[in-house]
Write a protein that binds this ligand. Structure first.
Ligand code: URA
Length: 424
């Protein structure tokens, strides 16, 4: 095979054969196909798409580029969740211990944030002592003893995706359904989970801006998982505004702990409970949503959280880091907050230092945004709408720029205008 032929096939909107796909993914992983050739192919796929069979074969080739894990030796059943990413999406933190408290194993291989969406590992690293990297043996041990583990995926898992994802990130070829579906599902299938609940985000802060595209992504991923023998379902959930009231690394840990203590914002609790319910249903555990709310209220999920954090070197009782500087954003007029756009808030938090522009950049543990007013609520002039947190006060202006236009107080709107409507 020749990379130029493969690129030409897709450039001319023809189907890639199984043999072409197997060859190009393997050759790229081994460094035989160059980055500039894979960039051209990724753009051709972005523009001309792939059909279901091509996507399935591409996913298979990415799985075959590395190791496959197995949880067969565990006494517990495994069930996993994956979110396509958004702003303030800290759900893994309360969800993994909540589900594990029912005797099911939850192996959450997670990532770091890039751009305006946060990463679960960056959030947990705000906890003093907590370690993201574990050997496979240690991971199995924690799954056996505690039930929940959130850690970095080893370098052996779908290495083709690691290379390709980094390339897509710098060639504007991330938001493409065939490439997102194969990227996510290759890692989940290689990980070896028995069941998987996908939280597909839709709205300004998500990859998929429309419900139609989110549905297509969800359907593609559910088919890939089902065909590979993983019990897979998807929920479509709203990401037009941030999830919860805290965005940023330590801030999101703090909000997750509120949920585990039986409190926390309603949208975060509702989504945690809905996803936990699906994960446990797929693992054949009969648990109602009321049971799950009780497990948050009575401390069972918190006990598992504490054990999970300790097992990875973290101190669940340590004070979380906080930023050196804060600034309030005040309402400029009386009225109703009609809009709080997820993308604007996500970019603002990123600019305050909560996220990174390049893979190797550090993140600030304490940076981020606390929201004080929800869309639909009345405000009076001068009332704080949110508080910005950063160690680098010269970043406040850039963050405020990003909030311009994404946070609207309307003097004439009725109370309730712009309040959240969930798509599920
Ligand atoms: N998350 C992934 O793992 N891959 C994508 O392509 C997009 C989101």
């Amino acid at each position: 095979f020749d990379a130029v032929d493969v690129i030409r096939t897709k450039r001319d909107s023809e189907r890639l054969s199984d043999a072409q796909i197997d060859w190009v993914v393997d050759a790229y992983t081994r460094g035989v196909v160059a980055d500039e050739q894979m960039s051209a192919l990724a753009m051709a796929i972005f523009l001309n798409g792939m059909d279901r069979e091509e996507i399935a074969r591409w996913t298979h080739a990415m799985i075959a580029s590395g190791e496959r894990m197995s949880f067969a030796q565990l006494a517990r059943r495994t069930t996993d969740k994956h979110s396509t990413g958004g702003v303030g999406d800290k759900i893994t933190l309360p969800l993994a211990p909540l589900v594990a408290s029912y005797g099911v194993a939850v192996p959450q291989l997670s990532g770091r944030g890039l751009g305006h969406t946060g990463g679960t590992l960056d959030k947990l690293e705000a906890i003093p002592g907590w370690q993201a990297s574990l050997s496979n043996e240690k991971m199995m041990e924690i799954l056996d003893e505690v039930g929940a583990v959130v850690c970095a995926a080893g370098s052996g898992l779908a290495p083709a995706d690691k290379k390709l994802y980094a390339l897509r990130d710098i060639t504007s070829t991330v938001d493409c359904i065939p490439l997102i579906a194969s990227s996510i599902m290759s890692k989940k299938i290689a990980e070896g989970t028995g069941a998987l609940v996908l939280d597909v985000k839709v709205g300004s802060g998500a990859f998929m801006k429309t419900e139609e595209n989110a549905r297509e992504l969800a359907r593609t991923m559910v088919d890939l998982g089902t065909d590979a023998g993983v019990r897979t379902v998807a929920l479509l959930t709203d990401m037009s505004r941030p999830l919860g009231r805290k965005i940023g690394n330590a801030l999101e840990v703090a909000e997750s702990v509120e949920v585990l203590a039986g409190g926390g914002p309603k949208d975060v609790v509702d989504l945690t409970v809905a996803l936990a319910h699906e994960m446990l249903r797929l693992a054949d555990a009969r648990v109602t949503e009321d049971d799950l709310r009780a497990a948050l209220a009575d401390g069972r999920a918190m006990d598992t959280w504490r054990a999970m954090i300790r097992a990875q070197g973290g101190d669940p009782d340590a004070a979380l880091p906080s930023a050196a500087h804060t600034q309030d954003v005040l309402a400029e007029a009386d009225g109703v907050l009609t809009e709080l756009d997820a993308l604007s808030v996500g970019v603002a938090s990123w600019r305050l230092g909560a996220g990174r522009a390049r893979k190797e950049d550090p993140v600030q543990a304490g940076a981020g945004i606390e929201i004080h007013v929800e869309p639909g609520e009345k405000v009076v002039k001068g009332q704080p709408l949110m508080t910005l947190h950063t160690d680098t006060p010269e970043l406040f202006d850039r963050a405020l720029e990003s909030l311009q236009g994404g946070c609207t107080v309307d003097a004439d709107a009725a109370e309730g205008t712009g309040a959240r409507t969930d798509v599920v």
